[in-house]
Design a binder for this molecule. Structure first.
Ligand SMILES: NC(=O)c1ccc[n+]([C@@H]2O[C@H](COP(=O)([O-])OP(=O)(O)OC[C@H]3O[C@@H](n4cnc5c(N)ncnc54)[C@H](OP(=O)(O)O)[C@@H]3O)[C@@H](O)[C@H]2O)c1
Length: 230
């Protein structure tokens, strides 16, 4: 089976935007999701003008369960079925426990963990019913390693990996695939203010890896991808 329709969260910038561009270039219809309506609409217009695939923008706060539910309903109305869901929207804020930025921890937990679960809750039943689908969860190398400034962010990204690992087992024999993607530093606004010790990856590098995962034969479930700069 070939992926025909995809929802990409966090599509207004960085890695999500690059994934949306790659999928559209490969003739996959894309639903662009984030909070910034202007950016989503501009990207949808550009993709609709440049590619054969249709793109639609559905502004959504993924940390709001009702908004995610409505977004998936609208996406299904537009495209019939959803074959792929890319859980990419995420925040990296002040994460050292000793800094005590409680409000920022709440935001990371709400977007990076709850936001992912709300999306999965909405799309998985239909994927199981159609016996086909692909979930992509964007974790991070911070979901494998913890530094003294990444504690809470890493906790959210470990959670993303845990969700991917459990989900892969839950979905065995259903035809629905799960791929957890753990990027190292990628050149997006998320790393503004950080001094990388290696040249960061380009967002398109992550998009290419995801396209590789979804291009595998039906019987191949590529579960884990870790990508670091050289
Ligand atoms: N850059 C890196 O080095 C790196 C490394 C490993 C993993 N990651 C992960 O990759 C993912 C994408 O990050 P990025 O680097 O591309 O950063 P980015 O350019 O800041 O993109 C983050 C995206 O998430 C969206 N977003 C944030 N809060 C949201 C909310 N409540 N509801 C809906 N959308 C929301 C943003 O859109 P709006 O602001 O318009 O809502 C934006 O489109 C994140 O999960 C991040 O943790 C990044």
């Amino acid at each position: 089976m070939k992926i025909k329709t995809a929802i990409v969260t966090g599509a207004s910038s960085g890695i999500g935007e690059a994934i949306a561009r790659k999928l559209a270039a490969e003739n996959i219809q894309v639903v662009l999701v984030a909070r910034s309506e202007d950016k989503l609409t501009a990207l949808a217009d550009e993709l609709n003008a440049e590619s054969g695939a249709k793109a639609i923008a559905i502004p959504t706060d993924v940390s709001n369960q009702e908004e995610v539910e409505n977004m998936v309903k609208k996406a299904e109305e537009a495209f019939g079925t959803i074959d792929m869901y890319v859980n990419n929207a995420g925040l990296m804020l002040d994460a050292a426990v000793t800094k005590g930025a409680l409000n920022q921890w709440e935001q990371m937990i709400d977007v990076n963990i709850k936001g992912i679960l709300y999306g999965l809750h909405q799309v998985i039943p239909n994927m199981i019913e159609q016996k086909y689908g692909h979930i992509i969860n964007i974790s991070s190398v911070s979901g494998h390693e913890v530094t003294k400034v990444s504690t809470v962010y890493s906790a959210t990204k470990f959670a993303v990996r845990a969700i991917s690992m459990g989900l892969e087992k839950e979905l065995a024999h259903t035809g629905v695939k799960v791929t957890n993607v753990s990027p190292g530093m990628v050149d997006t606004r998320l790393i503004d203010g950080y001094k990388p010790n290696r040249k960061p990856l380009d967002a398109s590098d992550i998009a290419e890896a995801i396209y590789y995962a979804i291009s595998q034969p039906n019987h191949v479930n590529m579960n884990e991808i870790t990508i670091r700069p050289v």
